[in-house]
Every structure is written in structure tokens, then in C-alpha cells.
Ligand binder design. Structure first.
Ligand code: S3P
Length: 434
């Protein structure tokens, strides 16, 4: 059903304290705590469809996990590396690429059969990138009938599993994490080399849980069969999701009159480089109350700024990959030319994000040129009432709504349901803006 959005912001100073928990860390919290030999508790767990699907999958695999209705504290009673049980029905990740890629690494090492899939979009997302190296480790995985690597994936117990040394063909944290999780179950060293730095939440949490893992520049080595153990007696804080915060960071910069402070936002350097890109564009951004728990977080204040577009360094692309749709919105409101290249991976996300960014910018009458691996954007926003096709992609839908709020142009979106996959209270925050 189409959704009409009429933008109106009535105040000038906002303090947003309810950006939800980090999606990447929430998935890893469920996975790693389930494999630990003791209990873990988490605050700030993201209660969105994607992460709740991961939670339910580990319940199907025999792990006791509960969520306190009032405090939202998540308690996981880990079963250890050998304690998972065969599920009695197929596992469903919904829309989550992170869910399917990370969990398949674990299923591939179990001595029971399982099957894992997700929604229509998941069934079209490439799994060859994990299936190939897992097969190299000896895993037995069959893809759907038409193509051997697309979901549903059926995983059978394998007799001979071995660690490998693997150079990732792309800088993907999902592939890296899948193989590190597989390596947890294998005697000997699994070595992963990443072509460029990408998010490191798996390495951070595995290290906190006493895994035998070392990182040396782009090489990560995990020695398996070492038990995972939660050393913390108190609940572990999952910081607010930087990628979700980025919608309101950009809104504060491009809206002509407002100042926004966002509380306790994760600022892991492999996630928050959008801030550097925006500062290079002239953004007024300050960080305060920096705190370090298992991951660093801080309050971020953004003020209305006059932005100038830049050419984004290709080496930053893997660590700003999820923020490129909202960066393009910032580019629509900036002067000069924004060039994004080396971002082919955008075509394999919840939608073909290069195509959807081009559609979004053009719907607002902006000027954009599509390239195989990116785009060149020269702003040129004109008053209009665009109709936005989201391709059921949460980040495209939220980017369009931010562009509408900042420009004052009402919009129509084909759906907003996809936003629930990562940001269930997005509209509550928008309502709070007046
Ligand atoms: C994620 C890794 C990234 C990112 C995704 C979450 C993760 O994907 O786009 O939203 O949690 O590991 P790739 O590994 O495919 O780059």
C-alpha cells in the first residue's frame, strides 16, 4: 500500500535518545553468546525483524534466550561449541543478509542437517561468496534447484572439515564473519585476509569472549576448538546503531534551521567514517561524552551546515557502505559534484542500491549519472512531489523521508514496511520532531 508523507518540523533543537541498538552487533551478540559456555545479558539489543529472526533461529537450535518485557534486557544461556541441537523446521532469516551469511558458517560445521532461507529478496542475494570457501573447508551445502548457491541452502553433516587460509574476494564483514564462525569449530588455524578494512564487530566480540583470535593488519587468524566464555558479570551494552543515526545526522546538517544531538551512538572507527566524509564536506559535527565498553560510543551533535560535495576516497567505501544512500541525500543538498566509485557491492544489498539511489535523486529532480561501481551526483534539487520506489529497501525508504523532511517536499513511497527490518521506532522519532 502506498504511503504519503507530508514533512513538517516545528522546533529547532532536538535531543534524540532513542536510536535503536546496533544491528550488526545485535546479530553477533545472539550468535556468540549462544556458543559461549555460560550466561550473557545484553542491554540495547535491537528488537527489529532482522535481529529477532536471528534470535528465534538460535532458539530453534536449542538455546534458551529470553527478553524482559519491561527492561528489554536479553538473557542468553550459552550451550557451548558442541551444544547446538538439530532444528525441527527450516530456519528463516526474513530479510537479513547478515543473518543468513553468519549463521550458515555455524550450521556448516554441525553434525546435523539444516535448511536456511529467507524472504523473496534473500532468495536472490548471492551466497556463492560464503558457499565456495565453506565448501573448501569440507562443508556440504546445496543451494536451490536452479542455482547451487542461492537460498534455500540445505546443509548436511560433513565427515572431513578442515581450516583454510582464504583471501576474501571483496571487503565483506559478512563473509569474514561467516568464516571466522566456521573456524571456531575447527582444530588449527583459519586465516582470513581482507582486501580492505571492513567492520570488525566479530573480531571485537570474539576476543572479548576469549576466543583464540589475532589480527595483524588485514590478516585475521582464529584457532578453533577454544571454548567461548563471557567474562562480564554485568549486562553488556550494545551501543545505538551508527547507520540508523546517520539518517538524523544528515537531516541535522541539511535542514536549514535545526540542531540535533543523538545519544550513545556507536563510533567504532570501522563504522563511523561517514562523519569524516561529512566533515570534509564542511559539516558542523561535534562528539561528546565518549565512552568505551565492549565498543566505543558517544553523543553526536550536528548543526545546519553549508555542504560542498567531494570525491569519496575508494578506500573508505567498505566502511561507509550502508551510509551511501543517505550520503547521496546529503549530496543533493550540497554544492559541487559528489563522486562515488569502487562501490559495486551496493548492487548486492537489500536492493540494487546504485539503481535505487539514482531513482531517488532523479525523483527529487536532482542530477545523477549511474556508473557500474557508483555514481556522479551534482545536486540540483527542485520543488516536486516525488513518488519513490523503495524496492523494499529500508535504507532507501528512510533516505527518501529525510530528503522530504529537509526539502519540505511531500512524497509518496510504495511501502514503508521494510523500515521495520532495522529501525522499528523510526516514525516515533520523526513524530518527535514536531
Ligand atoms: C554487515 C556487513 C555489511 C553491511 C551489512 C551488515 C555485517 O555487508 O552492508 O548491512 O553486519 O556484517 P557486507 O559484508 O556484504 O559488506
Amino acid at each position: 500500500m502506498a504511503f504519503n508523507f507530508t514533512p513538517l518540523i516545528s522546533q529547532e533543537q532536538f535531543h534524540i535518545t532513542s536510536i535503536p541498538g546496533d544491528k550488526s552487533i545485535s546479530h553477533r551478540a545472539i550468535i556468540i553468546a549462544s556458543l559461549a559456555d555460560n550466561k550473557s545479558q545484553f542491554t540495547g539489543f535491537l528488537l527489529s525483524e532482522d535481529c529477532l529472526n536471528t534470535l528465534q533461529i538460535f532458539q530453534q537450535l536449542g538455546v534458551s534466550i529470553s527478553i524482559n518485557k519491561d527492561t528489554k534486557l536479553v538473557t542468553i544461556q550459552g550451550v557451548g561449541l558442541t551444544g547446538l541441537q538439530a532444528p525441527d523446521s527450516p530456519l528463516d532469516v526474513g530479510n537479513s543478509g547478515t543473518g543468513i551469511r553468519l549463521i550458515t558458517g555455524i550450521l556448516a560445521m554441525q553434525q546435523f542437517e539444516s535448511s536456511i532461507s529467507g524472504d523473496h529478496s534473500i532468495q536472490k542475494r548471492p551466497m556463492k561468496r560464503i558457499v565456495e570457501p565453506l565448501r573448501e573447508m569440507g562443508a556440504i551445502i546445496a543451494g536451490n534447484e536452479a542455482d547451487d548457491t542461492y537460498p534455500p541452502l540445505t546443509i548436511s553433516p560433513a565427515q572431513h572439515l578442515n581450516p583454510i587460509s582464504y583471501l576474501l574476494p571483496m571487503a565483506s564483514a559478512q563473509v569474514k564473519s561467516c568464516l571466522l564462525f566456521a573456524g571456531l569449530f575447527l582444530k588449527g588455524e583459519t586465516t582470513i585476509t581482507q582486501p580492505a578494512i571492513c567492520r570488525d564487530h566479530t573480531e571485537i566480540m570474539l576476543t572479548a569472549y576469549q576466543a583464540n583470535l589475532t589480527t595483524n593488519h588485514n590478516h585475521i587468524v582464529i584457532t578453533g576448538s577454544t571454548p567461548l566464555h563471557n567474562p562480564f558479570s554485568k549486562p553488556i551494552t550494545i551501543p545505538a546503531d551508527f547507520s540508523s543515526a546517520s539518517f538524523f545526522i544528515v537531516l541535522g546538517l541539511i535542514h536549514p534551521t535545526i540542531t540535533i544531538t543523538l545519544s550513545k551512538i556507536g563510533i567504532n572507527p570501522t563504522r563511523s567514517k561517514l562523519l569524516d566524509v561529512l566533515i570534509a564536506m564542511g559539516a558542523d559535527i561535534t562528539l561528546s561524552n565518549q565512552t568505551m565498553e565492549i565498543e566505543p560510543y558517544a553523543d553526536i551533535t550536528v548543526r545546519s551546515s553549508s555542504l560542498t560535495n567531494i570525491t569519496v576516497d575508494e578506500s573508505l567505501i567498505p566502511i561507509i557502505i550502508d551510509e551511501i544512500p543517505i550520503l547521496a541525500v546529503a549530496g543533493m543538498f550540497a554544492s559541487g559534484t559528489m563522486t562515488i566509485s569502487g562501490a559495486q557491492e551496493l548492487r548486492y544489498k537489500e536492493s540494487d542500491r546504485i539503481k535505487q539511489i539514482v531513482h531517488l535523486v532523479q525523483a527529487f529532480q536532482g542530477h545523477i549519472q549511474e556508473h557500474d561501481d557508483g555514481f556522479i551526483l551534482t545536486g540540483g534539487l527542485a520543488p516536486t512531489t516525488p513518488i519513490i520506489e523503495t524496492a523494499f529497501d529500508h535504507r532507501i525508504a528512510m533516505s527518501a523521508i529525510i530528503a522530504s523532511l529537509a526539502s519540505g517536499c511531500p512524497i509518496t513511497l510504495d511501502t514503508i514496511d521494510c523500515i521495520k527490518t532495522s529501525f522499528p521506532n523510526f516514525f516515533d522519532i520523526i513524530d518527535g520532531l514536531g
